[in-house]
Each structure stands twice: as C-alpha cells, then as structure tokens.
Design a protein around this ligand. Structure first.
Ligand code: PEP
Length: 251
C-alpha cells in the first residue's frame, strides 16, 4: 500500500515572511499528520527559515534543485550537504521548468539523482511530455526516454527510495489539467516501465505523484486513480487553504 504524498512547489515566489507564515499555517492545519505525507519546497534561500517553521511537525521541506558536485568552484550552485544542513529532506529534480527553460538534460538529472541518493535525501524526479509530443502520440515514448535517462545506473534498492512526479508540461500553470484517465494511463505505463527495467515489487512500491494544475476541485478525482499516489502542486500550493484541501483529498 503506497502512502499518498502531496508536495508544494513554491517555485520563485513569496517573501521570507510569507514563506514562514504559509509554512506555519500548513503545519497548524495538517497537525501531527494524517494518512498523507506532506512537504513544501520553497526557494533555497528560504529553506532554513521554512525548516525552522515546520520543525517538529509532520510537514517536510524540500529544495527545488541541487548541484551534483559535493563542493568547489561552482558559482551560484548549492550542494546536497548544504540542503541537508538547513533542514531539507527532499529535492525536486528535473522539473519541466528546469528542463525546458534552464536546459537541463536527462544526463544532468541523472547526475543529480546519484548525488541526492548518496546524501540520503529523497528525490522527487519529474517527467512529462510537451503538448506537441502528446499531439504526435509520443507521450509514452517521451516518458520512457526521460525515465531511462534520469535513472541510469540506479539500483532497484535506490529506485525504491525515489518519488516520481508525472507532470505533463502543457498542464503546468496553465489551468489545463490532464483528465484522470489521461493521467492514470501514463502512471500505469510508468509502473510497467519500472517493472521492465527493475522488478514488479519495486515498481509497485514507488510513489508517482501527478502534477499540472491540481486544485481542490479536481484533486479527489485525480488522486482516486489506482496509480496516482499524490500530487506535486504549484499555484495552489501558495495558499494554505487550497493546499490543505488537496492534502485532505489525498488522505
Ligand atoms: C508544478 O510546478 O510542479 C506544477 C504542477 O504547477 P501548477 O500546479 O501550478 O500547474
């Protein structure tokens, strides 16, 4: 039985005060935790403040990105140890904005994934097709390619420690949500891809979040699908009431 997991990706939004206030509101609403794991992913500069605001609660904190090297002359980058040091336990990897705006490749994601697992952090690895790829009937091929490249040289044991987020790029921040059937089809395919590349029991254990315009009014139906194990939430994670409503729909 996979425990649902809802994470909020705050992207490059909010001030420090807004971040800590939002984190505190979420902590109060979620309490000691229900049937759903919860995490918030603020910008790196606010990780420490948000980790302090959520300390002792069931709300986890994640970074939105990391660099694969341990330390050194990598101006502007942040290492896994730095992220751990300020209290985060999750890292989002390969978000479509990093892939499509900042040019991250599957190979980059793979290097980061190895670094994150070596540091004992939990990765949330994002995959998802562009609108033109869906329209060309290439969705499953694209997902397979991204999965295979991102998880190269990863063991089954390591895969078991990962979370995957299926985020169709055309649904992110657009208000165009995938139908539960469209999302479920990709999630079920991802599980088959994992079974083929690894084994069935590991594939069954990995949580696959859906992301792309998840809102309180569509969350229950999406999260009710057999292979959808939670959500990675952007816009609706910036307000406590909508984020908490999605958490309630999951758990
Ligand atoms: C995201 O950024 O991961 C996301 C899913 O955004 P939104 O919920 O706003 O579509």
């Amino acid at each position: 039985m996979r425990r649902p997991f809802v994470a909020g990706n705050w992207k490059m939004n909010l001030t420090r005060d807004e971040s800590t206030a939002l984190a505190s509101e979420i902590v109060s609403a979620v309490g000691s935790g229900g049937n759903c794991d919860v995490a918030v992913c603020p910008p790196n500069v606010y990780l420490h403040a948000v980790a302090e605001a959520t300390k002792g609660s069931s709300v986890g904190v994640g970074a939105q990105n990391v660099y694969h090297e341990v330390s050194g002359a990598f101006t502007g980058e942040t290492s896994t140890e730095m992220i751990k040091d300020v209290g985060a336990t999750y890292v989002i990897l390969g978000h479509s904005e990093r892939r499509n705006i900042l040019g991250e490749s599957n190979e980059d994601v793979n290097k980061k994934l190895h670094a994150v697992l070596a540091a004992g952090l939990t990765p949330i690895v994002c995959v998802g097709e562009l609108l033109e790829e869906r329209e060309a009937g290439r969705t499953i091929d694209v997902i397979k390619e991204q999965f295979t490249g991102s998880f190269a040289n990863i063991s089954a044991e390591q895969l078991g420690k990962c979370v995957i987020a299926y985020e169709p790029v055309w649904a992110i921040g657009t208000g165009k949500v995938a139908t539960p059937e469209q999302a479920e089809e990709v999630h079920a395919n991802l599980r088959s891809i994992m079974t083929e590349a690894f084994d069935a029991s590991t594939a069954e254990s990995v949580r696959i979040q859906y992301g792309g315009s998840v809102k309180p009014d569509n969350a229950a139906e999406l999260l009710g699908q057999p292979n959808i194990d939670g959500a990675l939430v952007g816009g609706a994670a910036l307000k406590a009431d909508s984020f908490v409503a999605i958490i309630k729909a999951a758990g």
